[in-house]
Design a protein around this ligand. Structure first.
Ligand code: MN3
Length: 210
């Protein structure tokens, strides 16, 4: 059975950009429920996978939408907590900076595209920065629980949750202000840079803690 991973920082550490009230509900209620539901579904099976990545792949193979939704949401939220940091990190550095400039023109243009894509995403989902094995980066917005880890050769670098539960306590309906806070203040570029290195080395990158 899988456990809810601890947040990598104190629940109040991201204030004022993301409140402790948001994190306590989002992590302690929403994320916990996805893990509980995934565990309940796995308890009925004789051969449960021993990683959340494995559960996501199993759900895809079996076309089991309920298991997929709970397993993918368990994984996506674990990755989302790592994508946030209480220590503002300015701009991405090194090879990731160069890749973003190549794909988007400049880091400022990348941030604008991120905000536009996140604001334009209809209803619930996630905005992902991903890389292929050759180091080409792009933004993809995916619906509901969908996750790039089911795509062979794609490695996520950073993600922002755009479900309303991610921002409604702090920003009400103003998703663009939440997206700006994420990409300008909260984004964990050191984590994204490490993921980018893993992508190009053909390593898996971040794994859900077991
Ligand atoms: Mn969420």
């Amino acid at each position: 059975m899988f456990k809810l991973p601890d947040l990598p920082y104190d629940a109040a550490a991201l204030e004022p950009h993301m409140s402790a009230a948001t994190l306590n509900t989002h992590h302690g209620k929403h994320h916990a429920a996805y893990i509980k539901n995934m565990n309940a579904a796995l308890a009925e099976r004789s051969d449960p996978p021993d990683t959340v990545e494995g559960v996501v792949q199993l759900a895809v193979r079996e076309n089991n939408k309920k298991l997929f939704n709970n397993a993918a949401q368990s994984w996506n939220h674990g990755f989302f907590w790592e994508s946030l940091t209480p220590t503002p990190q300015g701009d991405p550095q090194g090879d990731l900076k160069l890749a973003l400039e190549k794909a988007f023109g400049s880091i400022a243009d990348f941030r604008e595209q991120f905000k536009t894509q996140g604001a334009g995403h209809f209803a619930s989902g996630w905005v992902w920065l991903v890389s292929d094995k050759s180091g080409v980066v792009k933004l993809v917005d995916l619906h509901d629980a969908d996750t790039p880890i089911v795509e062979i050769g794609t490695t996520p670098l950073l993600v922002c949750d755009v479900w309303e539960h991610a921002y409604y306590i702090d920003y009400k309906n103003e998703r663009p202000r939440f997206l700006a806070a994420f990409i300008e203040q909260l984004a964990n570029w050191r984590f994204a840079e490490a993921q980018y290195d893993a992508a190009r080395k053909g390593e898996g990158g971040w794994k859900f803690p077991t």
